[in-house]
Design a binder for this molecule. Structure first.
Ligand code: RUB
Length: 329
């Protein structure tokens, strides 16, 4: 069970979890495979799975003289699984080097780092949803893109606390994550309508959409947002209609690497995800970028587990919360 957060938004220092905590977790190779194939998807979940896989490795090889070498190699294997969501990189670094003391018990420190990462991540939706609801009036119409566990938590909480909330969810080609979103919202009793991606602008204009709410894969120091492909187009459409774009994101989505100029790599996936190769007309090429960048000026607010931020406040927040350590991958 997640430990309660203390006042500054961080859970208390994690004790080393009992042996066996990570025994049932898939190993690093299986976790990397599941992340790469999108069996495990969504940035928050990806981060937690990576942290737990490292926790298992530290548990299994606690007495190995080369535990550190194994951990570093595992970190690089996991990092290569999917390139865009910074929660994966943060999960690896905060697990490997985030424990309060990197004492002689390297395995124990990594297990504590993994548990702390997972606890913060699991505690985030409730805090984010509470902050989000404060910004939603009764009778609001929301539009969301892709499936974000944090946007989902926000919408369900808005439905619980406000009357007559309705939602439009676009399907999000080519993986149809909007089907996940709409199914889960409907199961929670939310009035939800599924639309094709290209209907988003028309729906925002004609159905009185009040807020666009999405998740985040990476938030860069300049306040820019990397999220599922199509987020940028929906956000531009929202701006043209004066509809605020609110982003629900746990703090693990902020990129300290961007302070040094690291630009997130936009993942390109196989053309077969877009069209059956046998049906591709002769001479036609296919591109399948799966994330895009939404400029800071398009985002109204980032709602996080550690407060609500304007894009212009992101840089100072990242500097304050993410002191990169020397060995970070
Ligand atoms: C998912 C996606 C989500 C973010 C945020 O992409 O872009 O909006 O990851 O999700 P994919 P969450 O399906 O390709 O992983 O709020 O759950 O972290």
């Amino acid at each position: 069970m997640a430990r309660p957060n203390d006042d500054d938004g961080q859970p208390p220092a994690a004790p080393v979890p009992p042996k066996g905590t990570f025994a049932q977790i898939p190993d690093v190779a299986a976790t990397a495979e599941a992340i790469g194939s999108m069996e495990v998807r969504g940035a928050a979940r990806i981060g937690r799975h990576a942290a737990r896989a490292l926790g298992r490795l530290a548990e299994e090889h606690a007495d190995d003289a080369d535990l550190d070498g194994r951990l570093m190699e595992a970190g690089r294997t996991l990092l290569a699984a999917r390139p865009t969501a910074v929660s994966l990189r943060n999960a690896i670094n905060l697990t490997l080097f985030g424990a309060d003391s990197e004492d002689a018990d390297r395995g124990g420190a990594v297990r504590a780092g993994a548990q702390r990462y997972v606890d913060i991540s699991l505690a985030a939706p409730e805090r984010i949803a509470a902050a989000f609801v404060a910004q939603v009036p009764d009778g609001a119409t929301l539009l969301t893109h892709c499936h974000s566990s944090l946007a989902e938590a926000c919408i369900i909480e808005a439905h619980r606390q406000r009357s007559d909330i309705r939602v439009f969810a676009d399907e999000t080609r080519p993986w149809w994550q909007g089907h996940i979103t709409s199914g889960r919202l409907a199961a929670a009793g939310v009035e939800v309508t599924l639309i094709v991606d290209s209907a988003a602008h028309h729906i925002m204009e004609t159905k009185g959409v009040d807020l666009l709410v999405t998740g985040a894969d990476t938030i860069t120091a300049d306040g820019g947002l990397y999220n599922k492909i199509g987020t940028r187009a929906v956000s531009l459409g929202a701006q043209s209609l004066d509809i605020p774009h609110i982003v629900a994101a746990e703090t693990h989505k902020f990129s300290p690497y961007s302070l040094k100029g690291d630009v997130p790599q936009v993942e390109q996936r196989d053309a077969s995800e877009v069209i059956d190769p046998g049906r591709l007309p002769k001479g036609v090429k296919v591109e399948n970028p799966v994330f895009d960048r939404t400029a800071p000026g398009l985002v109204e607010r980032y709602v996080t587990d550690q407060g609500v931020l304007a894009p212009s406040e992101v840089r100072a927040f990242v500097v304050d919360r993410f002191p990169i350590k020397e060995r970070w991958i």
